[in-house]
Write a protein that binds this ligand. Sequence first.
Ligand code: PRT
Ligand code: ZN
Length: 289
Amino acid sequence: MEKNNLKLAVQKKGRLSEKSLNLLRSCGIDIENYAERLLVTTKNFNLDLLFLRDDDIPEYVQDGVADIGIVGENVIYEKEKDVEVVKKLGFGKCKLMMAFPEGKTLDAVDEINGKIIATSYPKILGNFLNENNVKADIIQLSGSVEIAPSLGIADLICDIVSTGNTLKMNKLKKSFPIFNSEAVLIKSKKLSDDVVKSNILDELCSRIDSALTAKKSKYLMMNIPKNNLKTILEIIPSLKSPTVLPLADDNLVAIHAVIPNDTFWDINTLLKENGASGILLLPIDNMIV
Ligand code: PRT
Ligand code: ZN
């Protein structure tokens, strides 16, 4: 461990672990041999990784034991620690939702009045109930919240949902969400006193920005009839002006463009109808914006 290295807390084993490390790798940071170790120094960046349970990350960052951390917003708001959210990271997306047993209904918030709700998020739920002037009893469970209604200990649950399969398997139905969450980068308020570490964080943030932008984009290449150039340029939702290159065949030109990830399948047929051929769609590792 280097004294002046920035210390980043990541989840040791769970839903955010691999994605957190992959984000760092896409920032060009080498992470090796981290299995079963609590602390790892990265090879080519002034960064030490601390592997922790996600519930402990906000407190470690608040106290400055770790300078920064990657954790779900749900955990930050439940733990109510004094940390600063630096940026959203676009993965680990989920919703904290109210759910109720099949055969019952829950359409409006005030129908919760007088009910018993099981959850692992008593603070977020309590705040939501207060804001909506609803009075209900909260039972705090640390796991397996979804079985509480069938055990007869709660009328409703308030739990994290991503695909909704867990609810279905337990004969529960989704009602409304009370909190949207994704993984975020947090920093300790103590960090601003440390110029060296703040500079390392700035560099890390600009690499994260370029990795996240690249992930949202694809590099599109194709050949098109020269006569259709104008029409095709209008079809392409390019992030910048596309590159148009001459080809050995005088009737054709090549087009290269960076496009938003999710737009390709919308335009693919139109491109082909206008004579595009040899269409290639490539991932982008990094994009400096
Ligand atoms: O051991 P440690 O304490 O570190 O991990 P953990 O078990 O507390 O957390 P983990 O690894 O399950 O989740 C880490 C973070 O991932 C959470 O804090 C959320 O921010 C985020 N996340 C994203 C999720 C889910 N999706 C998710 N589906 N966290 C939990 N779930 C659980 C949910 O609790 C429920 O049991 O998955 C089930 C529902 O999933 P679906 O897909 O069936 O709807
Ligand atoms: Zn946890």
